[in-house]
Design a protein around this ligand. Structure first.
Ligand SMILES: [Zn+2]
Length: 272
């Protein structure tokens, strides 16, 4: 694990995460994007500071003055995994929270990812509900989780209940559940707004037919969160293809696992 307390250290953790996403097969072509809300010590030294302000498409008063390291549009995780200086950049949010300017990176006149509205709304809501702890967001396309959304109609409760029941680790890693976001056009504001609503209660949300968003204090934790949900979906897939899923962890077993870690599960999610 790299020391991410400096900008250079953070770039190394981004490189590792990007390579991991690529090798897992969750980031085909230019799929997937990463963003990190920077701590004071993580801000880049080489800041020109004369960038043009660009409308962000959403307004995020919670992020006024924040700097974020974000994927560039069209960037490939495969490339970022080789060199994070390719395909990443730092933006600063203005004093009214509705525009950004580029401060670092974005080679060849690149711009921030087309999913920037989702990243900004997610950082804003999670900064608020986590007391500032959540800083690192990953959007990616884990195969089993995406395939799962094609097997039946889901909502947050039914998806959470299924994932929890497939793997005891899930109740420990995401005791608050996994949000479900019905299909919206990728890169659009409707998706960003729907995702923001799901992430108010959850650090993890599955976008129907598309992918997943996870946000935690650092990239290792965000990746671990998504990894655990994807593992549960993979177990479901294997069990289903091995004759059918006839059982999984019961409510009592889920509650017992959670209680052993001092956690409480939302009874409404157990009804899913
Ligand atoms: Zn995507």
């Amino acid at each position: 694990m790299s020391d991410s307390s400096t900008f250079e250290g953070l770039l190394e953790t981004v490189r590792e995460a990007a390579l991991d996403l690529w090798h897992k097969g969750w980031a085909e072509r230019n799929a997937g994007n990463i963003s990190v809300r920077l701590k004071e010590t993580q801000r880049p030294v080489e800041v020109p500071g004369d960038g043009q302000w660009v409308q962000a498409g959403v307004t995020v008063p919670d992020l006024v003055g924040e700097m974020l390291l974000v994927s560039a549009t069209g960037s490939y995780m495969r490339q970022v995994g080789r060199d994070p200086r390719e395909g990443m950049g730092v933006i600063e949010i203005n004093q009214t929270g509705d525009a950004y300017r580029k401060l670092w990176g974005f080679k060849s006149d690149q711009n921030p990812t087309s999913e920037l509205p989702s990243h900004l709304l997610t950082h804003a809501v999670r900064k608020r509900v986590s007391g500032g702890a959540d800083r690192a967001m990953i959007h990616t396309h884990p195969t089993h989780l995406v395939a799962l959304t094609m097997t039946r109609d889901f909502n947050t409760a039914s998806l959470t209940r299924l994932l929890w029941s497939m793997h005891p680790e899930c109740t420990v890693v995401f005791p608050e559940g996994c949000g479900f976001v019905p299909f919206e056009v990728p890169g659009g504001n409707a998706l960003a707004v729907a995702g923001e609503a799901a992430l108010e209660k959850h650090a993890l949300a599955v976008w129907e037919y598309h992918g997943v968003v996870g946000i935690r204090p650092d990239l290792d934790a965000a990746l671990g969160l998504i990894d655990t949900a994807e593992k549960a979906a993979a177990i479901y897939t294997v069990a289903a293809s091995a004759g059918g899923v006839r059982r999984g962890l019961s409510d009592d077993q889920l509650r017992a696992v959670a209680e052993s870690f001092g956690l409480q599960l939302d009874p409404d999610l157990l009804k899913g």
